[in-house]
Design a protein around this ligand. Sequence first.
Ligand SMILES: Cc1cc2nc3c(=O)[nH]c(=O)nc-3n(C[C@H](O)[C@H](O)[C@H](O)COP(=O)(O)O)c2cc1C
Length: 196
Amino acid sequence: MRPPLDSPESSETAATIADLPCLDTRTDPATAASDQICRDFRDALGSFATGVTVLTTLTSDGRPIGVTISSFNSVSLQPPLILWSLACDSPRLEAFRNASHYAVNVLAADQEWVSDSFANREDNRFSGVRVSKGLADVPLIKGCVAWFECSNEARYPGGDHLIFLGRVQRFARGEVTEPLIFHAGRYRRLRGDSGQ
Ligand SMILES: Cc1cc2nc3c(=O)[nH]c(=O)nc-3n(C[C@H](O)[C@H](O)[C@H](O)COP(=O)(O)O)c2cc1C
């Protein structure tokens, strides 16, 4: 809960950003690109807890591909739009850029192994993963908490990532409701108040 403006917590005891050790990426572009700053930046971003998704699509020759993505987010309700971003050096970038459709598979708490598989394995990422066919034959991973089947609406440059805007054509919620969480570089589970 937000403290009242004149409470000790807000005016005296609480540290402001000016009191904290702060990294200023404006000072020197060379410093901003240094390994240490990149690591610190990544760690600070990692304090934002997210769910975990696997983005799936087909290559132009009909091969299923997928990649673990936590940058998924909602954008617009009307029209229904979502976004996510993929590293420009991903070997799967061109396939996703050119795909007419892709799917966002929102992983369940017991699908940590699926996340690892689509983040780490070079080939056979679908090995052991049960799928069904969605719009445009895009694979949908079974056992997820939700699916968003999207057409590939737009793409925007975002530094070393490409930002994808997807128009949701169809969506569903699974029977499983507890999502997989990613925070500070580790998988987590919702504890206590699961909201059910
Ligand atoms: C939990 C988690 C979230 C990730 N989120 C993203 C993301 O949002 N964008 C991205 O480009 N890579 C992300 N990655 C890394 C990619 O999954 C990984 O680099 C990729 O699968 C490597 O495969 P590639 O050969 O397709 O690049 C994430 C990895 C994990 C484990």
